[in-house]
Design a protein around this ligand. Structure first.
Ligand code: GDP
Length: 444
């Protein structure tokens, strides 16, 4: 899968800073050094990396961040926002002409996936946006290209406009648009000639088609597997022809991801779609924010942090954290915590936004029973004050009384007590580990 190396490295870097109560400027520096290496290793353009690291560092060492209750989380939020911005921020939509048909020129080097993408895009336009596209076979030099598009057209049950390979591409485009108007097509997708390299003859031909058709979009199709070459190709097509967006193909392969992260910053043109396979339905609109979250392995942590910020009582959270550290966490605190978590919204939605949740297989099928939480609350509420402070007092007659009082079974009471004990043990271990790490001079 694409981005694997980058995702792994960034996630392990982030792991070190997440949840830290205190973060120093030196911690940020260390973290950013790792982020920088991770990006360079993922084949991200070096200048892009430099700017990115500078931006994140400046924001991260800001007073409000380091002094906040959750500095680690705040820094992750900043990395996420800057990654999203790097890839263009908002999703970039496809143009719609107010004088149909909307004309889209598909350009790119041979083998990038231009013809395949033309078919996929037509399919997406019809399926998702309810449009009626006309495919145009304008690549008259590669012998198999016309046939390939015609085959795709048949497969999709969509018309393909072709005049063979003896008519100039400009003339083909002209006649295709006339035909589209006649047959009420609202989109015209022109597959143009590819070459092995960017050359003048190719550019001149593309410029002629551009001149005549006045396209609403010029999509450059590039192969993500080619890394920085894809970025260079995008830059020269943009300088010589002017493109409106990029389609990044083969993101289903094991590309390191450098192209996806550099193209926008280098060309200032957005990635509009990504190709995720050879099949006709393997094209998706590109969402920078989702891609950033995916790279950071955090589901939608941004929303989660924002929710937490607006719902959680900071003082209470501080107090709770202190109790966890000193292992004086009681069943009452547990109850409190459940209340706070509940305020954040439906639990299964919340779980999907959790960091690392994407790695848990089958998570989408999980149904969290909110009733379970209500049961736990009922059980704790049926305990006396003393029992809540000292669960070790619990004997079978007390357990029977609590079960009866809460309308649950003794087995459930036992399960809860066991879970609470396990949780306390874990907290103790974590506190121990943190102290050890401190002694070693690692992350505080
Ligand atoms: P063109 O020369 O640019 O028109 O390239 P083609 O459309 O003929 O595609 C070249 C090869 O790349 C074909 O084998 C396609 O099936 C394959 N291809 C295109 N897009 C993708 C993609 O998103 N993922 C994968 N895995 N293969 C793709």
């Amino acid at each position: 899968m694409a981005f694997e190396g980058l995702a792994d490295r960034l996630q392990s870097t982030i792991q070190k800073i997440r949840g830290k109560g205190k973060v120093s400027e030196a911690d940020v520096k260390e973290m950013m050094r790792e982020v920088r290496l991770a990006l360079l290793e993922a084949d991200v353009n070096f200048k892009v990396v430099k700017d990115f690291v500078k931006k994140v560092s400046e924001r991260a060492v800001g007073q409000e961040v380091l002094k906040s209750l959750t500095p680690g989380q705040q820094i992750i939020k900043i990395v996420n926002e800057e990654l999203t911005a790097l890839m263009g921020g908002e999703q970039s939509k496809i143009a719609v002409s107010n004088r149909p048909p909307t004309v889209i020129m598909m350009v790119g080097l041979q083998g990038a996936g231009k013809t395949t993408t033309t078919g996929k895009l037509a399919n997406l336009l019809r399926k998702k946006y309810n449009r009626k596209p006309l495919l145009v076979a304008g690549d008259i030099y590669r012998p198999a290209a016309i046939k390939q598009l015609e085959t795709l057209g048949k497969q999709l049950d969509m018309p393909v406009f072709s005049l063979g390979d003896q008519v100039s591409p400009v003339e083909i485009a002209r006649q295709a648009i006339a035909k589209a108007k006649e047959d009420h097509h609202d989109y015209v997708l022109i597959d143009t000639a590819g070459r092995l390299h960017v050359d003048e003859a190719l550019m001149n031909e593309l410029k002629d088609i551009k001149e005549l058709t006045k396209p609403d979009e010029i999509f450059l199709v590039v192969d993500a597997m080619t890394g920085q070459d894809a970025v260079n190709v995008a830059q020269s097509f943009n300088e010589q022809l002017g493109i409106s967006g990029v389609v990044l193909t083969k993101l289903d392969g094991d590309t390191r991801g450098g192209a996806a992260l550099s193209i926008r910053a280098v060309t200032e043109k957005p990635i509009k779609f990504v190709g995720l396979g050879e099949k006709m339905d393997a094209l998706e609109p590109f969402h920078p924010e989702r891609m950033a979250s995916r790279i950071l392995g955090m589901g939608d942590v941004l929303t989660l942090i924002e929710k937490a910020q607006s719902n959680i009582d900071e003082e209470k959270a501080k107090e709770l954290e202190q109790k966890m550290r000193t292992a004086t966490f009681t069943l009452d605190d547990f109850l409190d915590q459940l209340g706070q978590v509940k305020k954040l919204g439906p639990l299964d939605e919340l779980l999907k936004m959790m960091p690392g949740a994407n790695k848990i297989k089958g998570l989408n099928n999980i149904q969290i029973d909110e009733k379970q939480i209500a049961h736990v609350e009922a059980i704790i509420r049926s305990m006396t004050k003393e029992e809540k402070l000292r669960p070790e007092l619990m004997n079978s007659s007390r357990k029977r009384r609590i079960a009866k009082g809460s309308g649950r079974t003794v087995a459930e009471v036992n399960r809860l007590l066991k879970q609470f004990e396990d949780m306390k043990k874990m907290m103790k271990q974590m506190t121990g580990m943190q102290q050890k790490a401190k002694k070693k001079g690692g992350f505080k």
